[in-house]
Design a protein around this ligand. Structure first.
Ligand code: ZN
Length: 193
């Protein structure tokens, strides 16, 4: 089998059965860190190390669609059990970038869990967070808006994102979802800076 990350051939991938070789598996450092934001429980799965950063870059910026399964592979069963009665709401990325890429990378990575997904959050402006200075980012609180939120009524919502940086976007999403008739809210991110 060929590793989807480094393309090395290995007879069998002992941990992650289908996607990633042992070397790459080790470098993707699991932290499974639990913390709270706005009173909501958040879990971050990986450390934001160089390996994670380059992997995400390949997936997100170099449009390497094959990598979609790598991120959640080892957690699949555990997360499916933990969040079996949750509906996913993805933090949206820049829509122009999604169009270029042909897929929304957050949605594709989390689709692996097989949970229902509701697209209710939208970016207000079409510029990237990374184009802003740290100071500017602090000022942007109303970065997202919500549409068709009645479809969340009575549901347990799991807000998902790739990387949590300052936490402002996630905070904004949490506060928008809190205003809906959703039952419970939790968050899951791939990595935390
Ligand atoms: Zn590899």
């Amino acid at each position: 089998m060929q590793c989807k990350v480094c393309f090395k051939e290995e007879k069998a991938f002992s941990f992650s059965k289908r996607f990633i070789c042992q070397e790459c598996f080790k470098q993707l450092e699991v932290i499974y860190k639990k913390f709270k934001l706005e009173g909501i429980n958040i879990v971050a799965l990986y450390s934001y190390n160089d390996f994670f950063r380059s992997l995400l870059y390949k997936f997100k910026a170099c449009h390497d669609y094959e990598l979609k399964s790598v991120f959640l592979d080892r957690f699949r069963q555990e997360l499916k059990l933990k969040y079996w009665n949750y509906t996913l709401v993805c933090i949206p990325s820049n829509e122009t970038e999604d169009e270029k890429r042909g897929f929304n990378h957050v949605e594709e990575a989390f689709k692996e869990l097989g949970l229902p997904i509701k697209k209710v959050l939208y970016k207000n402006k079409s510029f990237k967070q990374s184009d802003r200075s740290k100071e500017e980012r602090k000022l942007v609180k109303e970065d997202l808006s919500i549409r068709n939120s009645e479809c969340l009524t009575g549901r347990n919502i799991l807000i998902v994102d790739d990387v949590m940086t300052t936490g402002e976007t996630l905070k904004c999403a949490i506060n928008l979802i809190k205003k809906t008739n959703a039952k419970k809210i939790k968050c899951l991110v791939l990595a935390k800076k």
